[in-house]
Design a protein around this ligand. Structure first.
Ligand SMILES: NC(=O)c1ccc[n+]([C@@H]2O[C@H](COP(=O)([O-])OP(=O)(O)OC[C@H]3O[C@@H](n4cnc5c(N)ncnc54)[C@H](OP(=O)(O)O)[C@@H]3O)[C@@H](O)[C@H]2O)c1
Length: 298
């Protein structure tokens, strides 16, 4: 298949490109710089120069592919507006095609809000952080678009052994011997998934265009931030006593998105598992993370 990917150099996209290439798919990836061109080419993808903010230059090419993956985000104030323009352009371009185009759109665990002791399944009503509420609207628009066959993936918090992903902030502190800063509480639970496991879920869904709707992608339903930070600090031999900051302090210093990592959440991937027989390879983050840190220190 030819797959057009937006965000092929990001945390999620890098892993997805690697998995697509390993499955012998042809990957065309939107790229906005020479640096991204090089990264994509070294991963076996073909860069297509363009910007997420200017979809008219790439939407027709995207819909002429067998499938499209949206894993790009500007993470600026304009994040929702840029995504709206890009996704509307895709839906319109798809209308010019004789057959519907497969689209995998990225949502996220933060759209469920706090779940506490409940485990979020796909039928749970959304309660998104205001900074990400546009995603719910866009996902519905794409599901309703007549010429798109859309699957929405809700990734858990994604860690990886490239730059750490959601562990990046913790790793950076521990690596330099500093105490890790926690926002909110040590008891906050994060649903987790390793990036290559997530990538297999995206690719399984790309290859099954009969499957539409929402799919949670998660390997560990909810791991406390306290456990994550103690595994990381112990592996680095750095101080294990974290610095605790309040949610308000974190938001004031880092912006409204900082509320996301303070949500106490649990999530299940039972639907994905039964739909495509997907199983995560990493069911305890401590194993790949400790091994990766040991290699870094060797
Ligand atoms: N990471 C997680 O734990 C997680 C969990 C759940 C949901 N999500 C969602 O997944 C999506 C991707 O997250 P991520 O963590 O993979 O993001 P990321 O690592 O920050 O990557 C963002 C990607 O978007 C591209 N991009 C940004 N602005 C662009 C522009 N103007 N034109 C073209 N490309 C542009 C970047 O390309 P460059 O290389 O050019 O910068 C990069 O490939 C987001 O919507 C996020 O909310 C992430």
């Amino acid at each position: 298949m030819q797959v057009f990917i937006l965000g092929g150099t990001g945390t999620i996209g890098t892993a997805v490109v690697a998995e697509l290439v390993s499955r012998n798919h042809q990957v065309l990836a939107l790229s906005r710089s020479e640096k991204s061109d090089k990264l994509l080419m070294s991963a076996g993808a073909t860069p297509f120069r363009g910007n997420l903010t200017e979809p008219n230059s790439w939407a027709d090419v995207a819909v002429s592919s067998d499938a499209i993956i949206q894993a790009a985000a500007t993470f600026g104030e304009d994040m929702g507006d840029v995504d709206a323009k890009a996704m509307k352009a895709l839906a319109q371009a798809a209308e010019t095609r004789s057959a519907p185009t497969r689209l995998i759109y990225t949502g996220g665990c933060w759209l469920y809000g706090e779940t506490g002791d409940e485990i979020a399944m796909e039928d749970r009503p959304f309660n998104p952080l205001p900074a990400f509420s546009w995603m719910v609207t866009h996902a519905q628009m794409l599901l309703d678009a007549p010429q798109l066959r859309t699957a929405i993936v809700h990734p858990a918090m994604v860690y990886d052994t490239r730059d750490g992903g959601v562990f990046f902030r913790f790793l950076s502190a521990a690596k330099t011997g500093q105490r890790i800063e926690i926002w909110g509480s040590l008891a906050t639970r994060w649903p987790l998934i390793e990036s290559s496991d997530l990538a297999r879920a995206y690719c399984d869904l790309v290859e099954r265009s009969d499957l539409v709707g929402y799919f949670n992608a998660v390997a560990e339903e909810g791991v406390t931030v306290g456990r994550i930070t103690s595994v990381i600090s112990e592996a680095f031999g750095s101080p294990t006593e974290p610095v605790i900051r309040t949610v308000d302090e974190a938001v004031k210093e880092n912006g409204t998105w900082a509320k996301g990592p303070t949500l106490d959440q649990q999530m299940s991937a039972r639907k994905l598992q039964s739909a495509v027989c997907w199983q995560p390879r990493f069911i305890d983050f401590a194993e790949p993370t400790s091994r990766w840190i040991a290699d870094l220190r060797a």
